[in-house]
Design a protein around this ligand. Structure first.
Ligand SMILES: [Zn+2]
Length: 149
């Protein structure tokens, strides 16, 4: 009988050798950590002009992720140092910005304000409570206080 049970000289715990316990522990780990819906990060489609940048799918992203429009707008304005004007599902930003820069900001926003820290799904909504902002997950119910943008 030349198997691992014979070669394993470690003391047994609850009738299991160390190697058997290790095997069981490894079995308990999910085979592939589930790829969450958040892995598909939304992307702004933009039209860049000399003095302004238009986000063409602004309304689409706002609707899809149930984003607080004012919050995302404030977030972008602050980081870009400009002002923006949402109109008919588009966002008109003063100044010329690259798509890469805008999408990097969108990703940061989604991670902070939309994706749930517990279940990883993009179902967080922002609730205002006594001057504080709370991110609450509509999928699993987890919540936490977050910083204002
Ligand atoms: Zn959740």
């Amino acid at each position: 009988m030349e198997n691992s049970e014979v070669r394993d000289k470690s003391p047994t715990v609850a009738g299991l050798s160390y190697s058997q316990m290790l095997e069981r522990a490894l079995e308990a780990i999910p085979k592939a950590t589930k790829v969450s819906e958040s892995s598909e990060m939304p992307q702004f489609e933009i039209e860049r002009e000399t003095h302004r940048t238009i986000v063409l799918n602004w309304g689409e992203i706002i609707d899809k992720y149930k984003i607080d429009e004012k919050l995302l707008l404030r977030f972008l304005q602050k980081r870009l140092g400009t002002i923006g004007m949402p109109q008919h599902g588009r966002l008109y930003l003063q100044g010329s910005f690259t798509k890469a820069r805008l999408n990097k900001l969108l990703e940061t926003f989604i991670k902070e304000y939309v994706v749930c820290d517990v279940c990883g799904r993009p179902h967080g909504i922002i609730i205002k409570e006594g001057g504080r902002l709370i991110k609450k997950c509509t999928a699993c119910g987890a919540w936490r206080a977050i910083e204002k943008p």
